[in-house]
Write a new protein. Structure first.
Lengths: 187, 200
């Protein structure tokens, strides 16, 4: 099912958007992991990573999701103070590029996983000030991941997510993730 | 459109039915948000006293965003860490940063638990934007080392922050007689940050 060049940029209909999407995510990760090699200034790295994470969050939410897979989500405050979460999915007539979709969903789900592993690493090494930064990263990236999944309830994401879960450890992880997801989204 | 309620918040699923904001140029999206941040800074800092414009000003701030709070928090933490002793710099930075966000969350939780009818993120947005006056205060503390000069200036700035946030929160709809209970942590919040600017 996966053609040999399915992951090539040339097949994407929004290569620039895809490029920025990957660039921000990778930049935040790499700055966090390798920043200390280039400078011993913790504050500088913290600020850069936080700004990159914020830029990545905004970019994914407002640009990437919209352009690559036609999904959007936001939160409104109603006049009586209620908070309304709105999940918007595209017109079914709209054609979604398969490469874009594959790239988007894969990177969307793998980012929180990677940051989660880095969080574990920070806990094991007792680096609590770095942990605060990683926690911010986990929260931001998982928010986007969960929100877009919610937008796409009946769409293709479930197929890709299921195949990813199946390929990784079965059993416990599948049950935990399935239980968590059904509790959050209420079926 | 399908609406359900989850933990007190509503959820809506919408199908995009046309219009051009789904495919709009990225620049438009960016500028829309940039302008919104600018409007909110002006709005929170100089709340309109005229009641007839209240509805509009309420609408501007009701659409919340956390860019302003992030930027002001970063500047505040940076400024305070610069004037801290060298070996405490990063500790002060991450301490102030963490304190601001955790305290804002706790103050908002307090307001909501007292029956406040304000949305969680909306309240954090207001508290964060009202941090703006303290930023020049912290920067000023880098330049001026004398606490006697810092004190009155920081008091004025704390007052401005308090006025801006309370005016915009407008008691947040908490029950009668609980308004002081709800606002007291807000005073503590800005007071503590202002005090940090004085003693740093």
């Amino acid at each position: 099912m996966a053609e040999p060049n399915a992951w090539s940029f040339s097949l994407s209909s929004h290569p620039v958007a895809l490029g920025f999407f990957l660039a921000f995510r990778l930049a935040a990760l790499l700055t966090y992991i390798f920043g200390l090699i280039f400078t011993s200034n913790f504050i500088l790295i913290f600020i850069i990573v936080v700004l990159l994470l914020a830029a990545d969050f905004w970019n994914t939410k407002n640009v990437t999701g919209r352009l690559l897979v036609g999904l959007r989500w936001w939160n409104e405050s109603s006049p009586n103070g209620d908070s309304i979460w709105v999940f918007e999915s595209a017109d079914p007539q709209r054609v979604i590029n398969a490469t874009d979709s594959r790239f988007f969903w894969t990177v969307l789900y793998s980012t929180p996983v990677v940051w989660g592993l880095l969080a574990l690493l920070a806990i094991l090494r007792f680096e609590l000030i770095w942990l605060s930064l990683v926690i911010i990263a986990v929260i931001l990236s998982s928010t986007n991941a969960m929100a877009f999944t919610r937008c796409d309830r009946f769409g293709k994401a479930n197929g890709i997510a299921n195949s990813m879960l199946a390929r990784s450890s079965r059993g416990l992880m599948q049950r935990v993730a399935g239980g968590l997801i059904s509790r959050v989204y209420g079926g | 459109m399908d609406t359900r309620t989850v933990v007190g918040d509503q959820i809506q699923d919408r199908r995009f039915a046309g219009g051009d904001t789904l495919d709009e140029p990225v620049w438009d999206t960016l500028m829309r948000d940039v302008r919104a941040v600018g409007r909110r800074v002006k709005e929170v800092l100089r709340p309109k006293v005229d009641a007839s414009i209240d509805a509009e000003s309420g609408q501007i701030v009701r659409e919340w965003d956390l860019w302003g709070p992030l930027i002001f928090c970063l500047f505040l933490s940076l400024a305070l860490s610069i004037s801290a002793p060298a070996q405490q710099s990063s500790l002060v930075f991450s301490g102030v940063f963490a304190f601001v966000w955790i305290a804002e969350a706790l103050v908002t939780l307090n307001i909501k638990l007292l029956g406040g009818s304000i949305s969680f993120f909306h309240a954090i947005c207001i508290l964060g934007y009202a941090l703006f006056p303290l930023v020049p205060g912290a920067i000023f503390s880098i330049i001026v080392k004398n606490m006697l000069i810092r004190f009155p200036i920081d008091t004025v700035l704390i007052g401005w922050s308090l006025f801006a946030s309370m005016r915009t929160l407008k008691g947040a709809g908490v029950r009668e007689g609980r308004v002081v209970l709800a606002m007291y942590p807000v005073w503590l919040f800005y007071g503590w940050l202002g005090w940090l600017c004085v003693i740093t």
